[in-house]
Design a protein around this ligand. Sequence first.
Ligand code: NAP
Length: 247
Amino acid sequence: MASYQNERVWIVGASSGIGAALAQELDSRGANLVLSARSVDKLEALQSELKGSHEISPLDITKEESIAVASISAFKSPVDRIVFLAAAYEPMWLKSSDLDTVQKIINTNLFGMVAFIKLIFPFLEEQGKGQIALCGSVAGYIGLPKGQPYSATKAATQSIAESLKLEVPSFIDVRLISPGFVKTPMTDKNDFTMPMVIEPKQAAVAILDGLKGKSFEIHFPKKFTFILKLLRLLPYWLSFKFIKRLL
Ligand SMILES: NC(=O)c1ccc[n+]([C@@H]2O[C@H](COP(=O)([O-])OP(=O)(O)OC[C@H]3O[C@@H](n4cnc5c(N)ncnc54)[C@H](OP(=O)(O)O)[C@@H]3O)[C@@H](O)[C@H]2O)c1
């Protein structure tokens, strides 16, 4: 089990699901946390459950001013790792999509993520070290039914993480997290049986193993992610057939 003793880790999207589980796991491994999201009540409830003394830095990633304020607070001491998990999702068919919801998802998952990267980067460069992990999804590997525009934003996250890895100095360690299905408030909205679904704690452990590992992409559960990676290599007529059967 990788130790995170005395590391300062900023979790963006800590108020529920994978982020909250990650906070619990990191707390048990001795890390000092900065917990961010919009729901301060949920962050406070989480903070009170944890053993260590951790900071709360409220943040709405769709608001540049909010990112700027949270960054100053997070970087008042050197930040070893940032795990960026904040995202919005609503299942919908493209043909009957609600455009306000579409805009909210794109604004959060794409604009919010890029604004966050732009605004925190000077702090990482200034401190001359640090890791940033962006959360994509296997939903970004290939278009899935009822998953847009969320899947498109997750494909974009993968692309942005790849570009970032190539753009930034090597002292900044860029990672991509690609989860399969994890049981969280986000996926509780799904009305289908999720294949190979895992618990948030399992996702948290996989992420923490991966952040200390060497691979750029941290993907899990491996059985599921390898199947989807293989599907990507097939001709479309065959991959569409398999995906319909899988879902
Ligand atoms: N669950 C899965 O199966 C699955 C699979 C693949 C990838 N993922 C990815 O894993 C990450 C975590 O998802 P989850 O399943 O744990 O979902 P979740 O429980 O809904 O958590 C989403 C987090 O994002 C925060 N958030 C949303 N909008 C925000 C905003 N504008 N500013 C700041 N924080 C915001 C939420 O907090 P507030 O509402 O309090 O702001 C919450 O803490 C996401 O990036 C998701 O796309 C999940």
